[in-house]
Design a protein around this ligand. Structure first.
Ligand code: LRH
Ligand code: MN
Length: 377
């Protein structure tokens, strides 16, 4: 095996990515949703679809669950839902009404208990809390209430569990969100306790933000808990990974490989968080897993020792060429060889088509999905 094959095989041997249960369900935008006959509605169907993606790719053994969406009555990471209940109009953990803050904190604690019951390690918190107009809410008092709630949640964690704190600068709130950027998430996580870390959703940054620099900081601070991977052209578009800017994901993976090469340690949950509104949901999920593998392996091609020499010698063009060449190296034949070596289909998307799985679930689920209308509201 040559150097490139060794690096790609070594990278793929440990790369695993978690699937979002909601990626198999009918989702849309505020302007509506287009029903797919094969979409999953029950937890059993979501697990079946995720199981098929793992059978085809071999690297997606866990499913992230959304408490209210998947466990109406009660695993991968567990995602509390603090954005659907009417009570949360003015916020959940940050709501000025102490009774509503208690309701939300109780849901967080319940989510930790569900995770314990399911043997899930990570509780992945995203807050829709914020405000739409200046002067209408106290940013400062809400910081205090959020700090209290995260401390209460942290104290519920089992020794092996983690609280992943996800930030987002806007939507559904459009003036400020209470957990808007990595600095706020990091500060709140550190104040909550040692088992709280930061989750980077690649769609949750103002345009132009250097996301890999944030990743580099969180690695240095030993606070990078995981990713929600997706892609976007404008906002939190939740498009499929690498569909708009594959170089972005490559640059992120490079920071992780560079950190490891310099002796750094990390404990990163790679997860997908996408909304498959138009693409077939199974196809989009298999495509995403394959793309993540390829970009992770391509970044692993970089000779970190040589790059370090060139960077520190300020040999700008040589360093950039070494960096870019890895990105432009077509490693798909090596990735296919790795899959074959594991008894997996060389081309999982083609294997999905040959399996007829999508036709089967579309037949089985068409009637049920037809009755669930297309309007979002
Ligand atoms: C919010 C978010 C969050 C999930 C939701 C499905 O935009 O990224 O991670 O709970 O999408
Ligand atoms: Mn997310």
């Amino acid at each position: 095996m040559n150097d490139a094959q060794q690096k790609v095989f070594a990278a793929l041997d440990h790369f695993r990515i978690e699937l979002p249960s909601w990626g198999f369900a009918n989702t849309g935008t505020r302007f509506g949703k287009f029903i797919q006959p094969g979409a999953a509605t029950t937890i059993a169907e979501k697990f079946a679809d995720a199981g098929m993606v793992n059978k085809l790719t071999g690297v997606a053994p866990t499913v992230a669950l959304h408490v209210l969406w998947d466990l109406p009555k009660g695993e991968g990471s567990i995602n509390p839902n603090l954005f659907q209940d009417q009570a949360y109009k003015f916020g959940s953990l940050c709501n000025p009404n102490p009774a509503i803050r208690k309701q939300a904190t109780d849901h967080m604690i319940e989510s930790v208990r569900i995770a314990k019951a399911l043997g899930s390690r990570d509780i992945s918190l995203w807050l829709s809390d914020g405000a739409n107009y200046p002067g209408t809410q106290s940013i400062q008092r809400r910081i205090g209430w959020l700090t209290e709630a995260l401390a209460a949640t942290h104290s519920e964690l089992a020794p092996n569990q983690r609280l992943l704190v996800e930030y987002k600068p806007f939507e559904p709130a459009f003036y400020f969100t209470d957990l808007a950027d990595w600095g706020m998430a990091y500060t709140l996580a550190k104040q909550a306790g040692p088992q709280a870390v930061v989750l980077v959703d690649t769609g949750h940054h103002a345009l132009g933000t250097n996301i890999e620099q944030i990743v580099a900081w969180l690695l240095k601070l030993n606070a990078l808990g995981g990713f929600h991977f997706n892609d976007r052209k404008f906002a939190d578009d939740d498009l499929t990974l690498g569909s708009i800017d594959p170089y972005q994901v490559f640059r992120i993976f490079h920071e992780i490989h560079a950190h490891t090469a310099s002796g750094g340690t990390s404990d990163i949950a790679y997860m997908i968080d996408q909304s498959h509104n138009l693409k077939g949901k199974m196809e989009a999920m298999v495509q995403t897993v394959a793309t993540a593998q390829e970009l992770y392996a391509r970044a692993a091609l970089i000779d970190q020792t040589r790059l370090t020499e060139l960077q520190d010698a300020c040999a700008l063009v040589e360093a950039e060429e070494l960096f870019r060449n890895a990105f432009y190296t077509d490693i798909r034949p090596i990735v296919q060889a790795w899959r074959t070596s594991k008894g997996l289909p060389a081309d999982p998307l083609a294997a999905l088509k040959e399996s007829g799985y999508v036709d089967t679930i579309s037949r089985q689920r068409a009637a049920k999905n037809a009755s669930s209308g297309g309007s979002y509201a």
